[in-house]
Design a protein around this ligand. Structure first.
Ligand code: HEC
Length: 241
């Protein structure tokens, strides 16, 4: 009995240590939500494109797929001087960018949703926190010591990480605490993070988007076909009876 409770005692701290650490929340994004994709594209152009290209995507494609009128799109792009036929690339040369960010060039994000996963991106965008020891003044719970600055801070505000001691006396992450309010409420900011994640999910596999749209037509076709087949069957059976 004593042995059994000793075993349990050693198990308990392990589980609290896991529960006390940073936990990801599901992104719950939906690439069939066009309004969300449109917002995500807009945020991306405004807040991310300065550093991150989408090398395999053309603006024209985004405009067509996301249903953003061309003139609106050109307005969004006015400051980059790009044309709709261009690939989504950034203005700064990669080697210079590398110098600016302490040896880490901002990567192309075309495939990041596939390599990291959508939950990762969503939580990455939500978990920047103030840290005086980094170059950028912020750190990140998902990508520790990231070279990326918290570019959305004016929307989210600034938060600090709080810690507590677990049963073993180890410091574990306990949660975030707002130190400066942003323009958006936490819920609104989560939606921004979800919209951007959604946009990157779509960008990683635009073909899936097409498949989904094709799927609707295929189903509609099958529906119509079944209807006519049923009419035909009814016709035949009338003669037989
Ligand atoms: C000022 C430049 C800059 C801007 C603007 C910027 N980033 Fe970054 N980003 C970086 C750098 C530098 C890295 C590399 C970080 C590292 O590896 O530590 C990075 C890394 C990332 C990564 C991780 C990639 C990976 O797989 O390691 C994601 C995702 C990302 N950024 C998303 C975004 C999004 C979304 C936005 C817009 C809301 C954005 N970034 C705006 C500089 C920037």
């Amino acid at each position: 009995m004593a042995l059994m409770s000793a075993c349990l005692m050693t198990l308990v701290p392990v589980s609290t240590a896991v529960a006390g650490g940073f936990e990801m929340e599901p992104a719950n994004n939906d690439i069939s939500n066009q309004a969300s994709l449109q917002r995500g594209a807009k945020y991306y152009m405004n807040y991310c494109l300065g550093c991150h290209s989408l090398e395999h995507v053309r603006y024209q494609r985004l405009s067509d797929d996301l249903g953003i009128p061309e003139d609106q799109f050109l307005e969004m792009l006015a400051f980059t001087g790009d044309d709709l036929g261009d690939m989504v690339k950034i203005g700064m040369p990669a080697d210079q960018a590398e110098d600016w960010f302490g040896g880490v060039a901002p990567p192309d994000l075309t495939l990041v949703a596939r390599s990291r996963g959508t939950d990762w991106i969503y939580n990455f965008l939500r978990s920047f926190y103030v840290d005086g020891e980094t170059l950028t003044g912020t750190n990140n719970k998902v990508l520790e010591n990231t070279a990326m600055p918290h570019v959305l801070w004016s929307l989210q505000g600034l938060q600090k990480a709080t810690y507590e001691e677990d049963a073993d006396g180890n410091e574990v992450f306990a949660g975030f605490e707002t130190v400066r309010e942003g323009r958006l409420s936490p819920r609104e900011y989560d939606r921004v993070a979800r919209d951007i994640t959604n946009f990157l999910d779509y960008v990683g596999e635009p073909i899936r988007f097409e498949r989904q749209r094709m799927g609707v037509w295929v189903l509609a076709f099958i529906g119509v076909f079944i209807f006519f087949a049923w009419l035909l069957k009814r016709e035949y059976w009338r003669d037989i009876k």
